[in-house]
Design a binder for this molecule. Structure first.
Ligand code: GRF
Length: 191
């Protein structure tokens, strides 16, 4: 079975959801490792509770992005990781990691791409009074939220919702479709 590492920078609710979905038999990959780039990331606490190995790799302790990503790769290789799922990892993936895991890095983005690329997509959808937004699962390439789309779903915005309500709906949709999007790939590839 494909061995997956999740990368996160903060809360880690998508990471936890993927682990739970795997345990419920609803994800066709095994989440074996969490990597974070912030030592205060709440995702670390979730990993501990779930019994999943986690590693904090501090970008600041390397002279370059290349060195930082080489350390990530060495960590991934030690655990025989085949595939990377970004979930709230607030860093642009560099050339070194992209080359090593070519076509095997995916991201979840809280908008209906190509709409609302980049940061604060949920807030921007709310503030600009969009009729709909959504969630997209896509491959990671050299751009920001530009890679090939694997799966996406729309969410029609009820004008009565507060920003918090919209955020909640988006996260619920994320928990439902991230496993779906990953399964689409894991069904096709042999690892
Ligand atoms: C999610 O909204 C995800 O789409 C975005 O960052 C957020 C991470 O949330 N890329 P969490 O850390 O999984 O709770």
């Amino acid at each position: 079975m494909v061995k997956v590492a999740v990368f996160a920078s903060g809360n880690g609710s998508n990471f936890e959801n993927l682990v739970k979905k795997k345990r419920e038999g609803l994800l066709k990959g095994d989440i074996v490792l969490l990597i974070v780039d912030k030592k205060e990331a709440y995702a670390l606490k979730r990993a501990k509770k779930l019994g999943i190995e986690s590693v904090f790799i501090d970008p600041k302790s390397f002279l370059s992005k290349e060195e930082y990503e080489k350390e990530i790769i060495a960590t991934l290789k030690k655990k025989d990781i085949d595939f990377i799922a970004l979930a709230g990892y607030m860093r642009i993936v560099g050339e070194t990691l992209l080359k090593e895991y070519e076509g095997r890095i995916v991201n979840i983005h809280p908008s209906y791409l190509p709409e609302l690329k980049g940061k604060d997509s949920i807030k921007r959808a709310f503030e600009t009074k969009k009729d709909f937004t959504g969630v997209t699962i896509h491959f990671v390439d050299r751009g920001v939220d530009t890679g090939k789309i694997i799966y996406q779903e729309k969410l029609v915005i009820d004008k009565k919702w507060t920003l918090e309500e919209l955020e909640k709906k988006i996260h619920e949709l994320e928990y439902e479709i991230y496993p779906k999007g990953l399964n689409l790939i894991f069904d096709k590839e042999s690892y």
